[in-house]
Write a protein that binds this ligand. Sequence first.
Ligand code: 5GP
Length: 344
Amino acid sequence: MRIEQDLKLGFKDVLFRPKRSTLKSRSQVELKRSFIFKNSQVKWEGVPVIAANMDSVGTFEMAKVLSQHQVLTAIHKHYTVDEWKSFIKSYPETLNNVLVSTGTSESDFVKTQQIMSLSEKLQFICIDIANGYSEHLVEFVSKMRETFPNKAIIAGNVVTGDMVEELILAGADIVKVGIGPGSVCTTRVKTGVGYPQLSAIIECADAAHGLGGSIIGDGGCSCAGDVSKAFGGGADFVMLGGMLAGHTESGGEIIFQNDKKFMQFYGMSSQSAMDKHAGGVANYRASEGKTVLLPYRGPVENTIQDILGGVRSTCTYVGAARLKELTKRTTFIRVQEQENNVYG
Ligand code: 5GP
């Protein structure tokens, strides 16, 4: 047994140190970034925030709104090929900004081939399993790279540089980083496994960038400041679940309690998700996700503007005219306090 003594940090452990800046207004900040991904050479330009591939976040309705902001949506993997077909026909303008999600089973592979063959404009495949350390994921990434040499492949989730490198060398363009930080995740409680998200991002970004790859900081953002911290730590993309849940476009079940409107939101390994998609929790596994009721938040438009406005504002505080410069302009200070909670 070994103990690593280095302190690992989460978003709540740091704040940005402000820096002198010539920027007069948030409107001068460019959030768009352009990428040419390492293995596929796919080119993409947009705002590198991604709605998570969860049932009540990564919906077609979400993609319609977010793509107007050039923000990405990872469409969850439970839509049928026919549902994809009609979405593609009706909303071709969104396709540059959607990701096709998949697991690693043979039927997932076949379905992904069917979906990808519907339109040349689909260019992202997101291969997502809870434990990205499985040898099986590496083999699946290689198989997908052979099948789709010109598509951007995302793979995860992992939290350490060694595994980031292995996935990029196996053919991934972008590695998804995060084990345990999610708002409806119980992995850390159920298994004792995890890694504080800011340190995971900092270390994984370093490993990926060394090979010309990219990373997504996935999970753990509870406010716009956390999104900025993820970018500041080196994330090329930031994936959001809970911050985008509970909206009209999220498509969760609406529930009334004491005359107030709520929307159900659950983790993709929760009892709710497994009841819905897998006929219950298999007897060899435990659920690793929660089900919660969120106050209904209306259209996602205001929320996404608020998040992007917050990130722009961070950039003005540290003098980054473009989001791309934020990491270079970032000095984090370790703190023991965040917001003032006098008024709750
Ligand atoms: P959030 O933005 O809500 O903090 O985190 C979203 C991320 O949590 C998702 O993108 C996914 O990686 C992770 N996640 C979603 N559902 C579950 C679950 O049931 N269990 C675990 N361990 N993680 C989940």
